[in-house]
Write a protein that binds this ligand. Structure first.
Ligand code: UFG
Length: 322
């Protein structure tokens, strides 16, 4: 049985991946500093409090367990905040990852699956975005993730570190069981905010710009279901000793902000109050992934569509546990 260290396992994508790995009989250790993660989302009995900036806390984990693969989710993710406070992002995301890699190598652990992002591409020059698309991040968050991808590539060459960097497009939806779900504080993501407006918890949803060069003027994104994303991590673990590199993860389909609102209204049978606002800084008009490489390398295909995603998110919104 393989032992997987899920760093950031109390977070949104980390907890859903932990659940899938446990269901598939992996031995899962969750590490988290619980700054943004939720203790209710820790699904394994092996929990270790650890912080990327505290090397001793990292070292303790590798002394205690024989880890086969690390999945590293523990990053700060807010694009706007990264523009205002780049130090926070470069310190936690880049230096924190360097610390983790140092301790891994010290203990001869040579497999890592890393959470990267579509934000490394910046404003795309074509879509769907494949892995040959130039990288040109337009905010410190995206830049911090791109820097780590470069570091992983160099460590692969120099130290035989195996890595797979998974570049998520828009992770969304929740597990159907209703045990875990999406809960960020503050919440900035479109689908939970729409559902909060529908529920009456927010007065309205602000649409950030309706003058983009898209059919209805609002931004188009590639929404990928959280359980499909979790599955990609399981497949990456299985593949990691035979392949190192970066892989885009999306559905290859896009939906505009207005389309998402319409689908949410259809599913909930309620009206979503909206207000048109100005464009949000750093938002590209269209982000859609090519998932050709994910299919070829990981044998991965997404199996849920946007309606399924919003149904699960609504179920969570009505019955959230945290
Ligand atoms: N949006 C609104 N109103 C809102 C919130 C969002 O109109 O209140 C719009 C955004 O402008 C964007 C779309 O809805 O067009 C999706 O926005 P999200 O904030 O949900 O997601 P992003 O596409 O901005 O961000 C996601 C991840 C980031 C990652 C990025 C990569 O959350 O971590 O994709 O582009 F960096």
């Amino acid at each position: 049985m393989k032992t997987i260290l899920v760093f950031g396992g109390a977070g949104y994508i980390g907890s859903h991946t932990t659940k899938l790995l446990l269901e598939n009989d992996y031995n899962v250790i969750v590490a988290d500093n619980l700054q943004y993660g939720h203790k209710e989302a820790i699904l394994t009995k092996h929990f270790e409090y650890a912080d990327l900036m505290d090397k001793e806390s990292l070292n303790n984990i590798f002394e205690k367990y024989k880890i086969d693969v690390v999945i590293h989710f523990a990053g700060f993710i807010s694009v706007g905040e990264s523009v205002e406070n780049p130090m926070k992002y470069y310190t936690n995301n880049v230096i924190g990852t360097l610390n983790l890699l140092e301790i891994m190598l010290k203990h001869n652990v040579k497999n890592i699956v890393f959470s990267s992002t579509a934000a490394i591409f910046g404003n795309p020059i074509y879509t769907p975005i494949d892995e040959s698309h130039p990288t040109n991040p337009i905010n410190p968050y995206g830049m911090s993730k791109l820097m780590i991808e470069h570091i992983l590539k160099d460590y692969h060459k120099a130290y035989n570190l195996n890595y797979i960097a998974l570049r998520y497009f828009n992770a969304s939806g929740c597990d159907e069981d209703g045990i875990i779900g999406e809960s960020h504080n503050p919440e900035t993501h479109l689908i939970p905010l729409i559902l909060k407006a529908i529920k009456g918890e927010k007065e309205y949803i602000k649409i950030f710009g309706d003058d983009y060069e898209t059919p209805d003027g609002t931004c188009i994104r590639d929404y990928i279901y959280i359980k499909d994303l979790a599955m990609a991590h399981k497949l990456a673990i299985e593949k990691i000793e035979n392949y190192s590199g970066s892989i885009n993860l999306g559905t290859s389909k896009g939906n505009s902000v207005k389309e998402i609102i319409k689908i949410a209204e259809k599913i909930t049978q309620k009206t979503c109050p909206i207000q048109i606002d100005k464009r949000r800084q750093g938002d590209p008009a269209i982000l859609i992934a090519s998932n050709q490489k994910a299919k070829e390398i990981l044998n991965w295909t997404p199996s849920y569509d946007i309606e399924d995603i919003i149904k699960t998110a609504w179920n969570w919104e009505l019955n959230k546990k945290f």
